[in-house]
Design a protein around this ligand. Structure first.
Ligand SMILES: Nc1ncnc2c1ncn2[C@@H]1O[C@H](COP(=O)(O)OP(=O)(O)O)[C@@H](O)[C@H]1O
Ligand SMILES: [Mg+2]
Length: 421
């Protein structure tokens, strides 16, 4: 098991063996699960979106293992929305839409000459296949190397933070090591790194949900450490979060109407009619039909749920939104829609966005600035074009090189990101 944990890219396997699942980051948990599935040496293995949440380098490791698995004459059924993974490992592909098979063939054929328009659309909507800020390319110049606008107005300062977790057995894990960044109105900072690199911890510290051991965090000029317990909720409203799985933060018994009306009510600014109007306005904002108001979260699609999560965040009129893997659980075509929505909302509200993702394509698509984390340390922090087109750190180059290539697929639209696909 020890060797297998190492093979699926679990660092410090000896130590991890003794950790409980909830103490592992999501990516590590998933790797441990894959290791145990392979360890059983079954003749047939079904992987249902099993590598979806993993970062590219780990994914590459797992794909190599699965390749070995195939070479031993074993069979793999890979269920995924990730076409790049399919193109790397599958021999044959079946494309499904609304419960029906729309296309089937050898992987080479399907990718080289997709017959169905849906397949072509899927291939075209992979984030790393799209130009940056795709739908609403308004300030492409500003997105590139431009200086921070608004004369450097800063809404959050994360200043040399470090955080160490004590692990069972007395050892210590340095989840963050001297990390600094700032957030600005109308700008997106992409926080990227492999799972376990400390992204979520950084987000939680910014949100005031986790403390830093050293260093300081100021949100709209106020230090978290200076805020009295009872004043915390006021500061917390200024900074909202959108997670990978909104279901975990919705009460499943509540209707969408109730979820949004309660969020609107928090500001205490509207009477009953005002709240109703505001809920409609928010729905418009995230392009959802009012017909969905009576539904419960489980009755919505993943994309619709994420729109509700964004609407709920907007209800509090936040200065900052932390998106922690906000599109990682969605199909590529829906991912693209949600990323476009975030861009539009940012242009309309000037909200500052911290976009946490293990997916470099996602970060590349809508960030202005990118920070690359490895083992809790900043290895690169620069404009999006510098990081993706002229990476300095070897680690960033490795990450870019590890992104699965789509074999035989049409060339990406933007030449600047062609090199990473
Ligand atoms: N509450 C905790 N207790 C112990 N270890 C933790 C805790 N939270 C996170 N970690 C560890 O800190 C590291 C960084 O985790 P995380 O910030 O979730 O990474 P990421 O979001 O980049 O995947 C991981 O090794 C994780 O196991
Ligand atoms: Mg995380």
């Amino acid at each position: 098991m020890h060797a297998l944990l190492r093979d699926v890219g679990v660092p410090e396997p000896e130590l991890r063996r003794h950790q409980r699942p909830h103490e592992l980051s999501g990516g590590l948990r998933q790797r441990a699960l894959i290791a145990s599935a392979i360890a059983a040496r079954p003749p047939f293995l079904i992987l249902d979106e099993a590598t979806t949440a993993l970062d590219v380098t780990v994914q590459a490791q797992i794909l190599r293992l699965l390749e070995l698995f195939k070479e031993q004459g074993r069979t793999l059924l890979l269920i995924t929305h990730d076409l790049a993974v399919v193109s790397q490992i599958a021999d044959r592909v079946i494309v499904m839409k609304d419960g029906r098979i729309v296309e089937t063939g050898t992987t080479a054929d399907v990718f080289a000459a997709p017959e169905h328009s849906y397949t072509r659309r899927l291939i075209a909507s992979i984030p790393s296949h799209r130009p940056r800020r795709a739908a609403t390319v308004v300030d492409r110049a500003a997105l590139e190397d431009g200086p921070v606008p608004s004369a450097g107005v800063t809404v959050a300062e994360v200043d040399h933070i470090s955080r160490t977790f004590r692990l069972p057995g007395g050892s210590a894990l340095r989840a963050l090591d001297d990390v600094s960044f700032t957030l600005h109105p109308g700008r997106t900072l992409g926080l990227v790194g492999e799972s376990g690199s400390g992204k979520t911890t950084a987000g939680r510290i910014l949100l005031g949900q986790e403390r830093a051991d050293t260093g300081e965090v100021r949100v709209v000029g106020t230090r978290w450490t200076d805020v009295e317990r009872r004043e915390r909720s006021a500061l917390r409203q200024r900074i909202q979060a959108v997670y990978q799985d909104p279901l975990s933060s919705f009460d499943p018994r509540h209707s969408i109407d109730r979820i949004l009306t309660e969020a609107v009510g928090v500001l205490g600014r509207h009477d009953r009619t005002g709240r109703r109007l505001r809920v409609r306005e928010l729905l418009d904002h995230v392009e959802l039909s009012a017909l969905l108001l009576d539904r419960r979260p489980l009755q919505l699609s993943g994309g619709q749920r994420q729109r509700v999560a964004i609407a709920r965040a907007l209800a509090l009129e936040p200065t900052i939104i932390v998106g922690d893997e906000p599109v990682s659980a969605l199909d590529v075509s829906i991912q693209a829609q949600i990323l476009d929505l975030l861009v539009r909302i940012q242009q309309e509200t000037q909200v500052a966005l911290l976009l946490i993702s293990h997916d470099l394509g996602v970060v590349n698509a809508i960030s202005h600035e990118v920070l690359v984390l490895k083992n809790g340390k900043v290895v690169e922090h620069d404009s999006v074009s510098n990081v993706f087109d002229r990476p300095q750190a070897d680690y960033t180059k490795e990450l870019l090189a590890a992104i699965p290539r789509i074999h035989g697929a049409p060339q990406p639209i933007s030449p600047t990101i062609g090199s990473i696909i």
